[in-house]
Design a binder for this molecule. Sequence first.
Ligand SMILES: [Zn+2]
Length: 309
Amino acid sequence: MQPRPPPDPERRNPDLVEQDGVSEGIEALPNRISRYSKAKKTAIDIAEYIGRLPAGQLPPTTLNRLQSCGDYLIFRHFFTVDEVKLHAARLCKQHLLCPLCAIRRGAKALKAYLDRWEVIQAQKPALRPFLVTLTVKVGPDLLERFRHLHAAQRELWKRKHRQYQCALHGVAGAVWSYEVKRGSGSGLWHPHLHMIALAESMPDQQDLAREWHAITGDSYIVDVRPIDQVDPVRGFVEVFKYAVKFSDQSHADTVHAFLTLRGKRLLASAGCFRGVVVPESLCDDHTALDGLPYVDLFYRYMPGGYTLT
Ligand SMILES: [Zn+2]
């Protein structure tokens, strides 16, 4: 059975990541704190679930880091320009297990690629961004399905380099990320990938579906749509949101996805999107504001959420 095509990204609320990269004034801070509180609460729930598992399923450091992730957050408010930056925090960087780190990782990658897109746009004004989604048929074995998707994507790019006729022929650059979840009807694993493809004209969805089926042998569901050039964030955020959706899956699935996919590269790029560096730190970079006066706001996580101390 084939999964249904992915829902219209414009109608699906891409929630946390988008807001994290965009609103930076003090008036946006309460919402930001409330998003982080929710994420931290879920991280604690996941840590409690892991704590109840038989010993040895996960390394002890994984649990310790998850438990203490984001215990405190220090925001720096540069009040003369009204910009709030996450200045310091101890974060676990386990984005497949920790919703807080997933938000931060997404926001950092979003910003890095939006910055690059601005530069590319100035250099090659004829290029436009398109959102391409490639899916594989659902299956019971996550690792097997993920490898299938990964190998098919590699083959697609090999074809692009070899053949004039490839459906991605006109694509000058792309960045893509892998996402895994269970299919809503089947309950089976449904890995897929979202890609921003830069081209002068929209890749043909029919051609791409045909080629994707020829490569995968079992899957033809693809989706191609333009990204709004005036406000590209909504399109870009599809690619830089979570690799897993914590709120939609059981903690058991979260742990399984973590154990299956950890260490794998889930974000990749090609062509003129190649070489974008996503900073290691999950805090905000505020070097451009250094020298301006600021106030530090220290938040500690309490059972009810983050509290200013
Ligand atoms: Zn974390």
